[in-house]
Design a protein around this ligand. Sequence first.
Ligand SMILES: [Zn+2]
Length: 184
Amino acid sequence: MQAPGWLSGVRHHASPHFDARPEGTLIDLLVVHYISLPPGKFSGDAILQLFDGTLDTRAHPSFAALEGLRVSAHFVIRRRGQVIQCVAGDDRAWHAGVSNFQGRERCNDFSIGVELEGDEHHRFTESQYRSLFRLVPKLRTRYPLRWVTGHENIAPGRKLDPGPMFDWPRTLKALAPMGLSKPS
Ligand SMILES: [Zn+2]
């Protein structure tokens, strides 16, 4: 059963790839990712299909490696800024995998995962930053988010997102008044 924590004002596209967080977990971390499917292509619904378990892995050669993968994120922000929620915030989405944030393992337990549609070669769009910066205060009304970090920071050597095209200085400046910071 789905937990509470669905935001209003955003599209919902439910993923079955979630489970309950450990009892009493403080949700204080925001994890930023990028994803594009096929890689470098910013159209179509493959990301949502990956998250809802309906992706036809024969549809593109690059999809073969995704066969059987059960992943999700709480939010996807598309290139034009559309925000799509796939997992309730109170539930644990499966976005971070093996990870460690300041000595705390299994970051999925205590984080909200946001996937920006993008890759390591293209700047993220103005609309995506605006949507991200609008999303955080909504989340803060329900979760005591204190930290923001990238997937590459909590799974170094294994993950590269959100990568060099993500504007951290801008993001940290925007999120600081909301009480979020990124450990160095
Ligand atoms: Zn990631």
